[in-house]
Design a protein around this ligand. Structure first.
Ligand code: OOG
Ligand code: NI
Length: 461
């Protein structure tokens, strides 16, 4: 029997092989990331593994996919459920970008610590908001929905195997093989000709709308390795002549603790695609949809920490407006040094970051009773804190990644209202609850505190 985490690890590895064949620059990104991770491990020793073992970090990827209907999203959820991945978080990218991206998103990922440590594969999954009148008028919406209703992204055999894997917590070897083959194939780029007129109709609204609704299949849009020094990665890729987007999204480089998520990407490349013209003939055209992204992960922030992060983003925006010509990263660094704790310990003490707490096993026993307050337990060496790594995404960075890789700006008619899409709506569309990331981190932290209390006999005290 192949267990669900083994299916997940195998799926991630095969998807990576497939994507490397389809987008060779991805392989370069993976190679450079691995080189840097080895360098960082040599230079920093055990400290380099504070946010995940080198084994986990080397295997770690996130993918991105985009689908057109709630039914398709429901099917994606069945495939990922088989792999032990659940929808976490709601991201509304229609609001997060200056230009128009007509999608709402969630991320499918493992949710408990042990599963994440085994293989943390996650997939950022976006759903086209065909019902949002700011993007699609009634006529286009109806043509789009008819087109989407007539396609099949996932063969019934794949979905049946997925449901079995979920119900039985794995699959026998032969079925596992078939399941993995069908699952990876579902995300390959299809050779089927693209209807040029239809694709361009949607492209006038948004390049993302065309990528999702202009073709009869789906594909993996990017696959992102994790790197321990993203500034160094940016330099080395640039040295190799690969054109990166202008910035690293998310927090700036600074001396304090790494928090949340930093990401950057190289621009989408021209890929030859068969095109069917209005007269029925087929030619070879080119589309730019797939790109390469890389990320560095830091400590997960509590709601207070996140609110502070969001305030700092606004502060940085003000600074950028006030100092034209000065590098954004430099201005951001200044803002961070002024407002963010410079140490992990202070992040924990101010309740800004999530940590797990552990009894220090070899503390010399001097006969004293452990104090009850967490601060003192830490101070006096009874307990140590381990940071919880951020497992999710950032809406503004996600929007930035979408946007920097679009050819056109897209159009959004702000005169109209759309209120129909929120986390509850998405849960309904998927047919299962979209989980709250904060609740997951909080569960990990409070579980560790309960264990500490038990081990030190503090429960009844
Ligand atoms: C998803 C963009 C968001 C990230 O890492 O923030 C994303 C997409 O391009 O489909 O993957
Ligand atoms: Ni991504």
């Amino acid at each position: 029997m192949i267990s669900q985490w083994q299916l997940r690890a195998a799926f991630a590895a095969r998807l990576s092989d497939m994507y490397g064949r389809e987008v060779p620059a991805y392989t370069t990104l993976v190679d450079v990331s691995r080189e840097i991770n080895e360098d960082v491990l040599r230079a920093r020793g055990a400290d380099a593994e504070r946010l995940g073992s080198i084994g986990r970090v080397t295997a770690e990827r996130h993918g991105a996919i985009r689908v057109g209907t709630p039914q398709e999203l429901g099917q994606v959820a069945r495939v990922f459920a088989a792999l032990g991945m659940h929808p976490v978080g709601f991201y509304d990218l229609r609001e997060a970008a200056a230009s128009a991206v007509p999608v709402v998103s969630t991320a499918f990922r493992p949710v408990d610590g042990e599963e994440l440590a085994r293989n943390p594969f996650r997939v950022f999954t976006s759903l086209l908001t065909t019902a949002d009148p700011r993007f699609f008028d009634a006529d286009l919406r109806s043509r789009l929905e008819t087109f989407l209703a007539g396609r099949e992204l996932f063969p019934p055999e794949l979905l049946t195997l997925a449901d079995r894997a979920t119900a039985e917590h794995g699959l026998p070897e032969e079925d596992a093989e078939r399941f993995l083959h069908l699952a990876v194939s579902a995300f390959e780029l299809s050779p089927e000709p693209v209807d040029k007129v239809w694709y361009e109709t949607l492209e006038r609204i948004s390049a993302v709308a065309a990528d999702i609704g202009g073709v009869r299949s789906t594909h993996i849009n990017h696959l992102t390795p994790r790197v321990l020094d993203i500034d160094e990665l940016y330099r080395r890729m640039t040295d190799r002549g690969i054109q990166m987007i202008d910035t690293i999204q998310g927090p700036p480089a600074w001396k304090g603790p790494d928090v949340l998520l930093r990401q950057t990407s190289f621009r989408a490349l021209d890929e030859p695609r068969a095109m069917r013209l209005a007269d029925g003939s087929v030619t070879t055209g080119a589309l730019r949809v797939r790109f390469g992204e890389v990320e560095a992960r830091g400590i997960a922030l509590t709601p207070d920490g996140r609110a502070l992060y969001d305030r700092l983003l606004t502060l940085v925006d003000h600074e950028v407006a006030r100092h034209p010509g000065v590098d954004r990263g430099e201005l951001a660094r200044g803002v961070w040094e002024e407002h963010l704790p410079h140490t992990e310990r202070e992040l924990a003490a101010r309740g800004l970051g999530w940590f797990t707490y552990h009894v220090v096993p070899d503390r010399p026993r001097d006969g004293s009773r452990p104090p009850a307050a967490l601060g003192e337990l830490l101070e006096r060496g009874w307990v140590r804190a381990e940071p919880i790594v951020y497992e999710d995404f950032l809406p503004r960075s996600a929007a930035g990644i979408f946007q920097s890789n679009l050819s056109g700006e897209g159009v959004r008619d702000n005169g109209q209202e759309d209120t129909a899409h929120d986390a509850a709506w998405l849960s309904g569309a998927i047919g299962r609850d979209v989980l709250d990331p904060f609740a997951l981190y909080e569960r990990q932290q409070s579980g560790s505190l309960a264990r500490v209390a038990r081990e030190l006999g503090l429960d009844g005290a």
